[in-house]
Design a protein around this ligand. Structure first.
Ligand code: ARG
Length: 459
């Protein structure tokens, strides 16, 4: 078929070139944005007197019909069209005739595709935000029920100090709140309208870019027509934010995998979110968490791919930029499915409070509290630290723990020790005393939960 852009050339391209050039296989998912954008464009053209009001009405009606028919499945996307923009315009002209050919006045596919993509990605950003919210809420619910569930907190993956499962979950929640904030920030810069930048040099028609942007819910306009058609920062910024978000989900996943291992047994994943082995009957594998961790790599890859695509492009539009879509669509799809899976997995896992407590009791995670006890008796922290370390070594050699080491043996290391040392190293007491802002005491974690709930309420 002759190309819509046949003009200087006859548009008789090789089939190989057609296939190579085509983007309809992936950009047709933006059909709603494309049609909505075109409706606003036709209305703007009529409002400014660039086209006749009756013709604009015909265009709008035609476009609304196409949207309805695509939504209902009555109209199928024609894969032989070059892209979604060409497809919609072609169907419109088939359906309403001459008037359809006026739609593309005072615009270009260059500003059209930038418009569609910004609109599509702002919708994706909103739906990712909603899923983030659901995951954060799930974490909060589980944290609320576990503000007293003692577990060892780790540094270097070595047992370090007492925290609770609730405290740990809230650490993850804080990351998600930042991810949400980053996405809101990206959305602000994304939500500027490029339509009216045309091919690159604006237009001689008396367009009203503000009117068109207002109709489409934009907060402002791209202020330079060359920048408006060649900027893909909004994609890169979103990809960057999604890469950080996936890094967070991957870290959670890593901990979920560790915690559900036989070595830790801190949690048990619900059967609904695990798989078995085809050969080892005893296995219950954390495949979902592993896949989230694995899929993080492809989101990073999508970010790197677009950065590399963009890095040497001269202004303004270049066809290289058609490569922006598959990666960012894939990143959005991946992030959405990972968020859903994480919400399901975290909402249904069983907490093994007993194993957590056992681990907390055997790692000398109250050694800092022992040192602090001596500080309370007047010793400088450095000296107290040294004595506490010697006592830990002594306990390890003799199969003892701080909670049960006889007072006489304590006194062997320092005469400052008294009966009250046992209260000082008691795990629950160690936890309760950590009341500093952000700390693991139940009251501190409750304050974090309140803060998180409050933050989530704010848009
Ligand atoms: N399919 C193209 C893309 O995704 C649309 C813009 C084409 N513009 C052009 N001048 N060839 O970028």
């Amino acid at each position: 078929m002759a190309k819509m852009w046949a003009g200087r050339t006859a548009g008789a391209t090789d089939q190989l070139a057609d296939d190579f050039n085509s983007s309809i296989g992936f950009d047709s998912r933006m059909y709603r944005e494309d049609i909505t954008g075109s409706i606003a464009h036709a209305e703007m053209l009529a409002a400014t007197g660039i086209i006749d009001a009756a013709e604009a009405a015909q265009i709008v009606e035609g476009l609304e019909g196409i949207l309805r028919d695509l939504d209902s499945g009555e109209l199928a996307i024609d894969p032989t069209c070059e892209d979604i923009h060409m497809f919609v315009e072609q169907v419109l002209t088939q359906r309403i005739g001459e008037a359809g050919k006026r739609l593309h006045t005072a615009r270009s596919r260059n500003d059209q595709v930038a418009l569609d993509l910004r609109m599509y990605l702002r919708g994706e950003t909103d739906s990712i935000q909603e899923k983030l919210q659901a995951l954060a809420e799930t974490l909060i619910v589980r944290a609320e029920a576990n503000t007293e569930t003692i577990m060892p907190g780790y540094t270097h993956l070595q047992r370090a100090q007492p925290v609770t499962f609730g405290h740990h979950l809230m650490a993850w929640c804080m990351m998600l709140l930042r991810d949400r904030d980053r996405l809101s920030d990206a959305r602000r810069r994304m939500n500027l309208s490029p339509i009216g930048c045309c091919a690159l040099a604006g237009t001689t028609y008396p367009v009203d870019r503000q009117l068109e942007a207002d109709k489409l819910g934009f907060d402002g306009l791209c202020m330079n027509s060359m920048d408006g058609v060649s900027d893909r920062d909004f994609c890169l910024e979103l990809l960057g934010d999604l890469a950080i978000l996936m890094m967070h989900l991957s870290r959670f996943s890593e901990e979920i995998i560790l915690w559900s291992s036989w070595e830790f047994r801190f949690i048990e994943l619900s059967d609904a979110f695990t798989t078995g082995s085809s050969i080892m009957p005893q296995k219950k594998n954390s495949d979902m968490a592993e896949l989230v961790r694995g899929k993080t790599g492809r989101v990073y890859g999508n970010l790197m791919a677009l950065l590399a695509t963009m890095k040497s492009l001269p202004l303004a539009y270049n066809k290289d930029m058609q490569e922006d879509k598959e990666g960012i669509f894939d990143a959005c799809d991946t992030v959405k499915s990972c968020l859903d899976i994480m919400t399901g997995m975290l909402g249904t896992l069983t907490v093994r409070a007993d194993t957590m407590r056992q681990a907390a009791q055997t790692g000398f995670i109250n050694a800092t509290d022992l040192a602090d006890y001596l500080v309370g008796k007047g010793l400088p922290f450095r000296s107290a630290y040294k004595i506490a370390g010697q006592i830990v070594a002594h306990c390890m050699e003799n199969g003892q723990i701080l909670e049960t080491l006889p007072l006489a043996e304590y006194r062997h290391f320092s005469p400052l020790f008294d009966e009250d040392v046992y209260a000082a190293v008691d795990l629950d007491a160690c936890l309760r005393k950590r009341t500093s802002l952000g700390g693991p005491s139940p009251q501190s974690v409750k304050a974090q939960i309140d803060w998180a709930k409050d933050t989530l309420r704010k848009k």
